[in-house]
Design a protein around this ligand. Structure first.
Ligand code: NAP
Length: 597
């Protein structure tokens, strides 16, 4: 392996750069400078996408002023041409003219595409270098991850200060290819490696862990300049990229779609709170083989498994707990030191835990709406606790099958008004943001002491709204989400989960999402009505109490039924489990689905 001998310029540059470089884009110089001015206080390493501007040359005096006003800033100038995936419509000569003038404008580095470097005369490239500006040569492959070593060699031939290799991840394993490449190049401290695309999101964290000099981030959510880019604050605060090192354990949530999952913010918050040196990533995949290769080779210590992999993963586990095997789904995988995978189902605890805080489940009469994955977790969990379970599902046969398997009963919609329940659980997507289906139940059907809607986005679903109007105590899906996540944390770390903190960040993120959606709806025209903000959201305080509490009597609307006594005491705050169990391997005999050897 050749040793890279950095010049004085490289040493100087390296002393100024941080692990995150924020990409600044905008249609006008003023817009870019405004963004940069707000970002630079937190993250002084900035990439200015000059190719987004109509006349980049004209903008240079404005940037000179910016660097004079912000001496802490370190700036990369990028003027990528259209042919290389950028927005600059000018010629190679025009690109060179812009970049050559960037040193005088106060920039510290220019990003030149490999194709441009190879297209330039030696003397022209020398003119650029003679300005004293640092040179970063980059290569972007928008189609896949291949030939990384030969791309490196082509770039290295120019002896730049930094070498940037950016392929596209089509699958999770492409991240592995990049990571192995970065590890092979560990004699070089001037390489930047990132995989673009949703499947490549993990490379933005793991690349730095494997030796990438830094990584790129968007200024804010929605301002990405590359596919899969993460907002700077998320990288720094949620993923704690500045602290990630070779000893950092890796966990993740796997499934599809995963980009907007709230699990990373919840679990990374828990790791930070409990000072666990671990990072939790979004693993976008539909293929189990893709995920399993990553799990074994990174290695990944634990996975939250979501759709569509919850069932399929069972046959790859060494053991599962008995309930997961009966439900036929596993949402939590622990990778033991010997590399074997053990499965658990914390969705069950996510449902029975919040209910048990409010009522004894032995002998309770519970109606479950739905017969899919979440409903199965509810039904088997409740049956195990001795509850009497009734199932109502759109497809009657599925309900009958689940009832047979679990020793439950099925029930028809017409019978609900006359059948009292202790709790009604919605385990269908009806009420979820974007789901247009009509509500399943009317006021007359809520002959119950408690409503539990597993849907957590929006915070106040139509069913919860109805329960609130009827003064029926309710539990929102957020509580299940946090509760199941807290149990995962405990299985993986053996520490009690900081459940209250986890609840707080999830609630906050959901509120932000709702506000963003409302703002977007308002922006999209006077016709478009923003989604009504739930009443419980009226005061958006991050410190809001974590558990849904019985709402005050509505001023108007139907009178509460006599049976609707608020049986859930005032919101119990989720407490950290007093004694978290160590990450025990499931004690059950080998799952029916024994690992394929
Ligand atoms: P799933 O396996 O796809 O099952 C969906 C169930 O809902 C099926 O029984 C389906 O009936 C029924 N259904 C779907 N659309 C319907 C409609 N328009 N009208 C009536 N019934 C309908 O999904 P899942 O994994 O069980 O998840 C269900 C919901 O639970 C999710 O949407 C999610 O919001 C929530 N959930 C929340 C958490 C949490 O942590 N809070 C965790 C997991 C799930 P058919 O059998 O007729 O298709």
């Amino acid at each position: 392996m050749r040793l890279n001998v950095p010049g004085i310029a490289s040493h100087f540059l390296r002393s100024r750069i941080t692990k995150v470089c924020v990409a600044i884009a905008g249609a006008t110089p003023a817009e870019m400078i405004e963004k940069a001015s707000s970002v630079v206080k937190e993250t002084p390493f900035l990439e200015f996408r000059l190719d987004y501007l109509e006349k980049p040359l004209h903008a240079l005096p404005r940037f000179r002023q910016f660097f004079a006003d912000n001496t802490v800033a370190t700036g990369i100038a990028t003027c990528r041409r259209v042919a290389n995936g950028g927005k600059f419509a000018g010629s190679l000569a025009a690109e060179l003219e812009v970049l050559t003038k960037c040193a005088a404008a106060g920039f510290h580095l220019v990003d030149l595409e490999l194709e441009s470097a190879e297209g330039l005369k030696k003397s022209d490239l020398q003119k650029l270098r003679d300005t004293g500006i640092g040179l970063l040569i980059s290569h972007h492959d928008f189609t896949g991850t291949r030939d990384l070593d030969s791309i490196f060699n082509r770039i290295e031939a120019f002896h730049p200060d930094f070498i940037k290799v950016v392929p596209t991840a089509r699958a999770l394993v492409d991240n592995l290819t990049l990571i192995r490449f970065l590890e092979r190049m560990n004699d070089h401290s001037n390489i930047i490696g990132i995989c673009m695309g949703d499947a490549g999101i993990i490379s933005r964290v793991l690349g730095v862990r494997a030796g990438s000099a830094f990584t790129f981030a968007a200024a804010t959510l929605g301002e990405e300049t590359g596919p899969g880019q993460i907002a700077a604050r998320t990288l720094i605060e949620t993923y704690r990229i500045e602290q990630v090192d070779a000893a950092t354990k890796v966990y993740g949530v796997a499934g599809n779609p995963i980009r907007s999952s709230l699990s990373p913010i919840m679990m990374n918050t828990a790791f930070r709170r409990e000072t666990v040196n671990a990072v939790y990533l979004a693993l976008q995949t539909t293929r189990l083989s893709d995920l399993l290769k990553l799990v074994h080779e990174i290695p990944i210590q634990g996975i939250s498994v979501t759709m569509p992999l919850k069932r399929e993963i069972l046959s790859h586990l060494e053991r599962t707990d008995p309930l997961s095997a009966r439900i036929g789904a596993c949402n939590t995988v622990l990778r033991a030191q010997d590399g074997k995978l053990y499965g658990f189902n914390t969705d069950v605890a996510g449902i029975t835990g919040p209910l048990e805080k409010r009522m004894p489940l032995a002998g309770a009469r519970v109606l479950v709406l739905g017969a899919g994955g979440a409903a199965r977790a509810a039904v088997f969990g409740l049956r195990e606790k001795g509850a009497s379970v009734f199932i109502l599902n759109r497809t009657a046969e599925t309900a009958q099958k689940l009832a047979r398997q679990s020793g439950s009963k099925t029930i028809r919609l017409e019978a609900l008004a006359k059948t009292p329940f202790d709790a009604i659980i919605n385990a269908t997507p009806v009420g979820m943001a974007g789901n247009k289906a009509a509500p399943l139940l009317e006021a007359k059907d809520l002959n119950t002491k408690l409503v539990f809607d597993l849907v957590y986005n929006p915070l106040e679903t139509p069913l919860i709204h109805l329960a609130r109007q009827l003064s029926i105590p309710y539990i929102t899906g957020v509580e299940m989400f946090v509760h199941q996540g807290a149990r995962q944390f405990e299985i993986w770390t053996g520490k009690p989960a900081p459940e209250e903190e986890m609840f707080r960040v999830v609630l906050h993120a959901l509120r932000q999402q709702a506000e963003l959606a409302a703002a977007e709806a308002a922006e999209s025209g006077p016709e478009a009505k923003p989604a009504a903000r739930p009443k419980s959201e009226a005061k958006s305080r991050p410190s809001a109490k974590p558990v849904a509490k019985p709402a005050a009597k509505p001023k108007s609307g139907p009178k509460p039924k006599p049976s609707a006594k608020p049986l859930a005491k005032k919101a119990d705050k989720p407490k950290s489990a007093a004694k978290a169990k160590p990450p025990a391997k499931p004690a059950a005999g080998k799952s029916a689905a024994k690992a394929k050897k």
